[in-house]
Design a protein around this ligand. Sequence first.
Ligand SMILES: [Zn+2]
Length: 256
Amino acid sequence: MLTKDQAICIRTVDYSETSQVVTFFTKATGKISAIAKGSKRPKSAFGGPIEILSHGRIVFSDSNREKLATLTEFESAASAAAPAPHGTWGLLRNDLFALNGCLFAAELLNLLTDEHDPHPDLFDSFLQFLHDAQDAGDKSETLALLILFQLALLKEVGLQPILSNCANCKTRHEGRETRDEVYFSSSANGLICRDCEPAFQDKFKLSKNAAACLANLKLLAESPQKTLLEVEDLLAHHFTELTGRRPKMAKSVLGS
Ligand SMILES: [Zn+2]
C-alpha cells in the first residue's frame, strides 16, 4: 500500500554506494524510516541524495512495519526562500549557528518520538521552527526559538516540565524568584524551590534570570544571550537525563 504524506528529513544514513536510509518525521504517520533506492545516483528519481532538514511530499510503501519502508517519491517544497535542491533551507547555509540549532532540534525529535506515532501539531511546530530559525536575526533569537521548540517537543511527547510552581510542593514561583534560589530537577520534571531542593540529588541550580524565563516564557524574547545559553544548557542536561546520553548536537550549540 502506498502512503502519501508531508515529511521533513531528520536523519540520513548511507546504505550503499547508491542508496540511503532516510528517517522522516511525517505529519500523518509520525516518524518513519525508509530506504531511498538509488537516491545517490546522479539521475535518481529523487533528484539526488536526500538531505537532512529537506522537506516536501513523500510517497512510501509500508506493507510490513517490522521492515524499512520504501520511498517511492520525494517532491521537495523548494521555494523562493529556499531555492536549493530538495527545499534545503538555503539561508541556513549562511548561518552555522542556526543550522546547528535546527540539526539539534532534528536530533531531539528523532530521539524522543516513536515510529508510526503521529504528532501532527509537532510536525507543524517543527516546520515553523525551521522557517523562523532561517529568518532569525541573531544568535539570541535562534536560541529563544530553539528553547521554545524543545519545550513544545517535551509537551507533545507527554514530558512537559512543571515550570509555573515547585514540581514538588506546588508553591508558585511567580514573583518569588527575586528572593528564592530556584533549581531544576529532571527526576521531579520541573523547577523546585529552595525548601524542596535538599531532597533532589540531581538538582541543577539556576540563576534568578534563567528561572524567571522558565516560569514566564515571554521573557525569553528579551533576555540576554547569557541567560538564554544558561536555559539551553539546562535543557541539554535534561535531555541527557531523559535519553541516557548527551545529544551530539548539544556541543555545537553550547560550545561544550
Ligand atoms: Zn517546593
